[in-house]
Every structure is written in C-alpha cells, then in structure tokens.
Design a protein around this ligand. Sequence first.
Ligand SMILES: Nc1ncnc2c1ncn2[C@@H]1O[C@H](COP(=O)(O)OP(=O)(O)OP(=O)(O)O)[C@@H](O)[C@H]1O
Length: 703
Amino acid sequence: MGDEDWEAEIIKPHISSYVPVFEKDRYSSGANGDTFNRTPASSSDPGESNKRENTSTVGGFGVGKSFGNRGFSNNKFEEGDSSGFWRESSIDCEDNQTRNRGFSKRGGYQDGNDSEALGSSRRGGRGSFRGCRGGFGRGSPNSDYEQDEGTQRSGGIFGSRRSALSGAGNGDTFQSRSGGGSGRGGYKGLNEEVITGSGKNSWKSEAEGGESGDTQGPKVTYIPPPPPEDEDSIFAHYQTGINFDKYDTILVEVSGHDPPPAILTFEEANLCQTLNNNIAKAGYTKLTPVQKYSIPIIQGGRDLMACAQTGSGKTAAFLLPILAHMMRDGITASRFKELQEPECIIVAPTRELINQIYLEARKFSFGTCVRAVVTYGGTQLGHSIRQIVQGCNILCATPGRLMDVIGKEKIGLRQVKYLVLDEADRMLDMGFGPEMKKLISCPGMPSKEQRQTLMFSATFPEEIQRLAGEFLKSNYLFVAVGQVGGACRDVQQTILQVGQYSKREKLVEILRNIGDERTMVFVETKKKADFIATFLCQEKISTTSIHGDREQREREQALGDFRCGKCPVLVATSVAARGLDIENVQHVINFDLPSTIDEYVHRIGRTGRCGNTGRAISFFDLESDSQLAQPLVKVLSDAQQDVPAWLEEIAFSTYGPGFSGNARGNVFASVDTRKNYHGKSSLNTAGFSSTQAPNPVDDESWD
Ligand SMILES: Nc1ncnc2c1ncn2[C@@H]1O[C@H](COP(=O)(O)OP(=O)(O)OP(=O)(O)O)[C@@H](O)[C@H]1O
C-alpha cells in the first residue's frame, strides 16, 4: 500500500475518527489481513529495518492501515532495530528525564536523524506529518516522533502534527499549540507540561503566545466533559483489600523537631461534620499510616515531606487537613471574580493524575463552600479560565498550565497558604524543578515562611530531598512510612528473563492466561505503546493505549475505556506510571523495564492498592536491563519477594562482590537526609511507641 492508499484509507468514514480503543475486531488480521500481516519477529532483518528508517515514508498509527517504518510498514509487521524497538528515539516526550536517562544509561541514540530531534532542527522544517499521533515526515521519521507540545508551540512549523487527519474529518480537533515564535525557545517538562522561555517573566510567555490564540496556529480546543455531579458518582469508590489492616503494622519514622503525636482515628482529627460525612460516604472508616501521621502534622501548621508506599492514601492525607483548616477559617469561594486567589495550590506531573486529585478534592469538599478547580494541558485554556473565575479555593494544576493561568492574571498567589507537590520527587527533578522554582518566586507567592509546603511521594531520592529544602521551612517534618522508595508488599513481583524479540510472544501468552483481568502494560516509548497496542488488537486482545503523543481527548477516552473494563489492557508509557488509582488493576506488566528503580516502584504500584493484592511481571532483557539488576534485587528482597538466582548473579557480576541484595546500599534515600535532626520518633502505625529508633529500612519495619 502506498502513501496515497494509506491516506485514502484514513478518510474512509468507517475509520475516519481516530479510534483510541483498539478493539478486538477492528484490526483483526482476518479482516485486515492485507494491512497488518504479522511476520514473525525472527524473520525481521534489523539491518534492513534500520535502512528503512531513512527511506520509508508511510507513517501514522492507530487509524491508518499501514504503519510507519520500523513499525508496520509496507504491509508488514517489522521488528525495530537491533537495539530494540526504537529505543531512545521516541521515548515519551512527556518525560525528559526518562529520555535523558535512557540516553545515558542505555547508551543508544546514535542515529543522526534522531539526534536532530533534540537539537534545533526539531523546531522546523522537516517534512510533513502524515498520520495521527505522530505520523512520520519523510526525512526524519524518528525525530518527528519526538515532537512534543513544547516544540509545537515554539516552532509553529510542527503545528500540523495532526493536520492530515483533521483535514480528513477524523473528528479530532486540531490541538497543536502554536507558540509565540521560534525565538521563545521552550522545552517540555517531564511528564506533562511545556516549560517555556527564559529570562524575566518567561513564566508569562506561555499564556501570551501558547493558548491565547493571539498569534500562530490553532488553539487547543478540547474541553473535557464535566465529571458527573450526582452524589453516587462523586463518592464512588472501591473496596479496601484484605491487607488493609496490615497497614497498622508498618513502622513509621517521623524526623524533625517536635512532631505532633499521630492520631489513630478520624474522630481524633476533630474534623467538622461535613467533612466527616464525606469521609464516611467515601467509605473510609480507618486511617492509613500516612494519614495518621500527616493529618496532625499539617493541622499543626508544619511543613511536611511524606513518603509512603503506592496506593496507601497520600491524597487524602493532605486534602483532609487542608480542607479542615479551610472550613475552620470559613473559606468561601468568591464567585465571578476575574482574579481568583486560591488558598491552596496542588501540582502534579501528569494531567490524569491532577484530574484524579481534583476529583478527590471535590469529593471531600462536597457540601462545603470551598471550591476546587482543575486545569491541565491539552485542554482549552478558555474553558479552564471560565472554571476558575467562578471561584477557586483549591487549584489543582499541572505546572505548565498553572503558569499559563498565572500569566493570564486569572490566578493570584497572595492568598496561598498551602502549596502541595504531589509526586514531589518528580516535581523537583530536572524536568519540573525549574518550573517549580519559578512558581515559588512568582510575584505575590508567599515566602516559604508564610505558606505551608507539603510534599508527598512513594519515592524520594536523596538528591531530590536536598533540593526540596529550598521549598520547605527548615523545621519541616519528614514522615517515612515503611521504607522510603520501597515497593508495596501487596504486589507479587515476578521477573522473567525475556529477550527483546521474544517479548511479544510472551506478552500474548501471559495476557491469554490472565483473561479479562485489568492489566497495564508499560513500554518505554510512545511509538512502542502504539505498536504493542495494535499488535495486541491483532491478537484479539482488547487494548487501548495512553502516552504523551495522544491528544488529551484520546488519553481520557483510553483511560475511561480501561477503567470501565471495555478494554482490559492498557498499554502505557511512563506517563501513567505515577499516581493513577484505577480500581481492579490486577496486573502490571513491564514489557520494558524502566531505566530507574523509582519508576519501577511507581509502575508496579498501579496494582495492589489500598490493601488489595496485585501482580507485577517484568521482562528483563539481558542486553539492556542489567544496570537495573542490583536495585531490583534490593526492591524484591525488601518486599520479601522471591529473587531469581540469575538476577542475583547479574547483580553481583555488575556490581562486584561488595554487593549484597539485602545490604542497605544507597539505592534508596532510606531516611530523612538531614543528618542532625532531633526528635526522631518511631512508631508502628497502630500507635505503639518505640523508644529505639529502628533502622528505617529494616526488613521487619514493614510488618
Ligand atoms: N483511609 C482510607 N480508607 C479507605 N480507602 C482509602 C483510605 N485512604 C485512601 N483510600 C483509597 O485508597 C486508594 C489509594 O489512595 P491514593 O490514590 O491517595 O494513594 P497514593 O498513596 O497517593 O498512591 P500513589 O503513590 O500511587 O500516588 C484511593 O482509592 C483512595 O480513595
């Protein structure tokens, strides 16, 4: 099938809408056998495939009936190059750091075209876009795939990422954001937002040029559907699992001066009746450990850095005490004011996560006069502003969009009393760190002495803890529930040695055994997410995908289809690794292992939440994953999982005889990095005090 055929295909009415759901029969090899003929992996010729990188012109995944080079091309299902499928070249752009880590750790990224992608030539002039979600331009297909919102905005030239399809009436709104000219520069933050400009007031530039539509390129027009308003939907929740009560036995360490005692029950939190009603309607009867400690600390006006395992209720741990204070202070949303001055700003690295946090805030503030608003990239700025001006006490935002609304002077910072960084290690690392610094130095933002800053995550590398000091008062408290950076023990972890070219087969085998149980499959790159999702659909496994190249509408649709079970398999990049709380995810499969152990911990934490059990299976490729062997052994052994002998051997051979899987290496930030703190107290979460300060990373500390 030639290019024209492919384009003709995508405008056919029956496939004209971009279909985020890869449904069973849509790409069945029977009906579309001419299109997606799958050739065995072994028959692919990596060399040949590499050659085609620079010559193949057909692109586009999803709707199209032919896949770009190194994916599906010329009616063939082809393997990628010998270093794996497109590794490095199309790592999810929402994650600069991952990409960078990928480059340095995995040593790939040699291709000239790919290199361009990170250089100035990303900003223009390389060929047209032919397909949805990153159809490839002629000359440099990889680098085109590297497109992100930042370059679209700043370059303008790439603004037509989806033009072929939108012109073809695929129903998608053309959502590229064209920026304020090539001079503006701009890069994209880690998981999410565009960080632009430099110099004075650069935090304003996005709003000025990006989505305000005053200059180049189409606006982002997607308006997310409003969440359901009925009480049942607002308070819908899933059941805590059989291991919920075991949380009580987890050791907790609090460090810093003069921490308040933990509370053991919701009653002790002395919340107002409305909040208590909402807590009851949400099905919460008992505090989780992080809640027992964080609630009194926040109520006591202290700054906090809290680290607790995935799925253990960190969101409510900050929302409830903040709301309690707001209720106490009689905070009421002032409607229809052009400049809103929220008392609380919550930032998180991904759109889906911040939306989830917003829904939690809306739930707990139900029936109060406190109004929460959410705003995130990929949606129409005007819509966000309309929401904001109706009243905003709690603003939940992704970083780039937050800067947009501040730049638009719709949000003033003078009243900010609470600044919450969820996934704080992420928010402070290379990608978002600069943006967060800009935020705290924005005009009007109260100094750290005058606001309360709260940071939450399941992982907190030492270097990030040190950076966090800039944001927190010097007497902040540090709460470590269990082991900082440790995996949730309710997740049964299995590591399988699977080579690159056997992965697909293994994946299908596992998914067939799993049946309809909800499963997240993590891959390293956006391209591969599409590739694997489509492959699974060919195999008649209902699958959808989420990654940073998908339009926001598609991302939300994909998540919705996964949540409701329409597509029990979600193929995702790291954009979905953190925070997402989806009921009944029973399995996580790391088709590709991530480049860092923290990312691994977050990914597998999408299952086994809130006392439920889950399973995580990871494909370990000897060629590319050996640098992860040592930290993996440690995570596994700390979580009392079986450690395969072969993995231990690799860990030993990689790191020499000094390595011990059970030794307390520096794999994690295991403690509060402030060395000379006082008043360290250690308790298990049932509230039994321990005078002896235990090793916070002691194996026993978990149960
Ligand atoms: N005390 C509680 N009782 C019952 N359910 C709870 C309680 N606290 C939280 N939950 C529920 O547990 C689930 C996980 O909570 P949450 O998403 O806040 O976890 P998290 O610690 O932030 O996880 P992650 O590290 O992955 O972001 C949610 O569905 C939440 O509603």
